[in-house]
Design a protein around this ligand. Sequence first.
Ligand code: PCA
Length: 320
Amino acid sequence: MKIHHAVFAAALALAGPAAAETWDMPTPYGDATFHTQNIAQFAEDVARATDGALEIKVHSAGSLFPHAEIKNAVRSRQVPIGEFFLSRLSNEDPAFGVDSLPFLATSYDDAARLWAAQKPVVTALLEKQGLMPLFSVPWPAQGLYTKNKVNSVKDLSGLRFRAYNATLEEFARLAGASPVQVEAPDIPQAFSTGQVEAMITSPSTGANSKAWDFLTHYTPINAWIPKNIVVVNKRAFDRLDPAVQEAVLKAAADAEKRGWEMSKAEAEAKTKIMADNGMIIAEPSPELMAGLKKIGAEMLEGWKAGASDQAKSILEAYMQ
Ligand code: PCA
């Protein structure tokens, strides 16, 4: 009798809460960022759907791993899951950077079509590293932040320009500026210490960094719509109970949908916050746009020259 009871209890423990697991999840951006808020909701959805069998603990703003290390931390299973800026990987393969090419996809509809074309290629490339994409969410279109009115590309010449990936570095260089890599949470300090004096980013990051404290002009050039991606280590995912796997995939699909909607709402709301705080919102001059688009066309040619057939197939599918 006693023995039976013990065996039964042990079996229950195995099937029940003993299986609960906690996943640490590093992300690069701060808690006020809509991406981070979307991920917090994703974690909550997973916990609820699995009755606490899988708890995802979000470590925001690069607090667990610096942005540059998050992908490899997931790859090497130091953590099972993480978020990063997808086009940071363009040095591994140009396919990762296609969403950061200037003026290729500047509306959400085009960004969605570009993602549809890019996703199978990115998925195959990440799979080779033992990684599986869960969801990807765009930032609002990227605009120009300066301390003066910008009438043409010439006005950017010589500026120390904050950059967040190699593509933006190239764009800045071709505009005659000097790129400096700065992570988003470090933007206010980089400006206040004079390390940088202009940048291209979304109204989300502009408003979250309180750009009005160190800049005066925002010019919505709507240059590209880059994405973050959340990836999971495939072996860590495969180890999960099938019901938990299903809950993660469902929460991920919901997060992608919700994230795109959040992004669309951000562009206007955050531009208004900047205007309310005294930033001058200056529509770009035709001369400025012509100059920037010329740089974009040059970069697209360079991208094609360095792209694999697989990467080029993204562009072909998108252009159709
Ligand atoms: N914000 C992030 C990436 C793109 C964006 O809009 C940043 O500036 O680092």
